[in-house]
Design a protein around this ligand. Structure first.
Ligand code: HEM
Length: 496
């Protein structure tokens, strides 16, 4: 009897193993799928060789074409390369879902909550609410402009203090984390922290841990959920849960503080409006508004909005240090339009086209080192002639469209803001899509571009940034995390 059971078990394993190597009909091409492991060994090999997953899949795209079909663990993943295919992918409304996997709900009480990892009617109602009221309370308006101007001037004050009329040394990209966090927090909750505030330091510490130890590509327990029980420490599960719990506790404290001053007749910010919606809808069945959803939405805004912007600034100042002539040209433009005394405002953008080009070139350098967020096919569909089954995961690789030799730009690895200047106008080529496209397009574009413009202008108006003497130039290699991050480097700052 035991022998029979054992034989049946072995047959079942062999059949399952064989089945797991078969690709669906007209599935995008890619390396072969090994039993149980899928294409993970080949991808891992290339990742080791190139140093980055992004470059590994890009290499595979050279061999198989812009759309490649992979399998990691039990999960089928399509990776899309190149501007043409990326545009088709992001514009396809069958591909606007997000992966619906249990591990993504571990952080949110086993429920699909927030904006970034939800889809369907729940996501569209919540996204619509957020976009509408963020605009009402600031995004893209004079309110936002004033707030960003204040924050960029705070950073100028900080550096004046550090340099004390002469020179100082600062670390990049961490220099930008606090001010960027403050702009987000103020937009959402209306509170500003001073740079030494313990609450800010706490939030900063939690997010730094989160970003440093977690990769967008996922931890082992995400691809192999059983590891959550078998090896909770080694698979990254314990760390993941701990850091999310710390952020949730922090956000609950903020909501509780907010409730103390809450006046339903006079909402002060997006959080007040959200609390009104919870009260208003509490008697409705199936309401999508809840405190838990508010907490995870705030978490999503921090995750999506803080590191993206501060790392883009990090790449910007990395290249400004490596290309001092770009810095000089930008300063000439600032001097001629603003002089050295008048602080920049968002309405100066039209008059400072070269700075605007630096913003775009910095976003290209940042985005070109990363992926889109993961999407999911909400129904079976076609992409560039291939058949994609329902629920398959699809991810865009921005390297080939923005930074690789194939992107169509001249000398793509060089930092050349003037590539966007045509007869004094800023013209952005179609392949540069840092905020994505379509229904899943980034909701923070106005805030991000405003922040980048004002921080770059305000800092270059008052300071020169240069390499550390007697050290080799900072590296343009990067670290993979939630988003690409320049390797930490130090910069000499001197007052102009
Ligand atoms: C330089 C800065 C930024 C860049 C390059 C950027 C880029 C992106 C990209 C490429 C996506 C994914 C699109 C997709 O999945 O197809 C995205 C999504 C998103 N971004 Fe941004 N982003 C930036 C800043 C921000 C900021 C400041 C915020 C918040 C205030 C924000 C909030 C979001 C949210 C909530 C999503 C998810 C939207 C959804 O799933 O419906 N981002 N962003």
């Amino acid at each position: 009897m035991l022998l029979l059971l054992l034989t049946l078990l072995i047959i079942a394993i062999v059949l399952y193993g064989y089945q797991s190597t078969r690709k669906p009909k007209n599935f995008p091409p890619g390396p072969r799928w090994w039993p149980f492991l899928g294409s993970a060994p080949q991808v891992q090999f290339l990742r080791k060789k190139t140093g980055h997953l992004l470059l590994a899949t890009s290499k595979l795209a050279r061999k198989y074409g812009p759309i490649i079909g992979l399998k990691v663990g039990g999960e089928q993943i399509i990776i899309v390369h190149g501007a043409k295919a990326l545009r088709e992918f992001l514009g396809n409304e069958d591909l606007i879902g997000r992966p619906n996997r249990k591990p993504d709900t571990y952080r949110s009480w086993g429920k699909r909550l927030g904006i970034v990892m939800t889809d369907g009617d729940f996501w569209s109602e919540q996204r619509r609410f957020l976009v509408r009221h963020l605009r009402e309370f600031g995004f893209g308006t004079n309110n936002m402009s004033t707030l960003l101007e204040e924050e960029s001037q705070e950073l100028v004050k900080y550096l004046l203090n550090e340099t004390n009329g002469g020179e100082g040394v600062v670390s990049v990209p961490s220099l930008f984390s606090t001010p960027i966090l403050n702009t987000l927090w103020r937009m959402l909750v209306g509170v500003r922290y001073d740079s030494g505030d313990p609450q800010l330091a706490k939030l900063h510490g939690i997010l730094a841990d989160m970003f440093k130890h977690m990769s967008m590509v996922g931890k082992l327990f995400v691809s192999f959920p059983i590891l959550r029980y078998l090896a909770p420490e080694a698979s990254g599960y314990n760390f993941y849960m701990d850091v999310h719990r710390r952020l949730i506790d922090f956000l609950y404290e903020a909501i509780d503080d907010h409730k103390q001053m809450y006046d339903p007749e006079c909402p002060r910010d997006v959080m007040d409006l959200y609390l009104s919606m919870i009260n208003f809808n509490c008697k409705l069945q199936n309401s999508t508004f809840s405190e838990q959803q508010l907490v995870i939405t705030c978490m999503d805004m921090f995750i999506a909005g803080s590191e993206t912007t501060s790392n883009t600034l990090g790449f910007c100042f990395l290249y400004l240090v490596l290309y001092p002539e770009v810095q000089r040209k930008a300063q000439e433009e600032i001097d001629s339009v603003l002089g050295r005394e008048r602080a920049p405002t968002l309405s100066d953008r039209q008059q400072l086209p070269y700075i605007e080009c630096i913003v775009w070139e910095s976003m290209r350098m940042f985005v070109g080192r990363g992926f889109t967020l993961p999407h999911r096919a909400i129904r079976a569909t076609k992409l560039c002639g291939y058949s994609l089954p329902k629920d398959v995961k699809v991810v865009g690789n921005f390297y080939d469209s923005s930074l690789g030799e194939e992107c169509g730009l001249e000398d793509p690895s060089a930092f050349k803001p003037e590539r966007y200047l045509k007869n004094g106008q800023v013209v952005i080529p179609d392949n540069i899509i840092p905020f994505g496209l379509g229904k899943r397009r980034c909701i923070g574009e106005a805030l991000a571009r405003g922040n980048l413009f004002l921080f770059i202008t305000a800092l270059l108006q008052r300071f020169n940034f240069s390499q550390m003497p007697n050290e080799s130039p900072p590296s343009t290699d990067w670290e993979d995390g939630f988003t690409p991050r320049p390797k930490d480097f130090q910069v000499v700052v001197s007052e102009r």
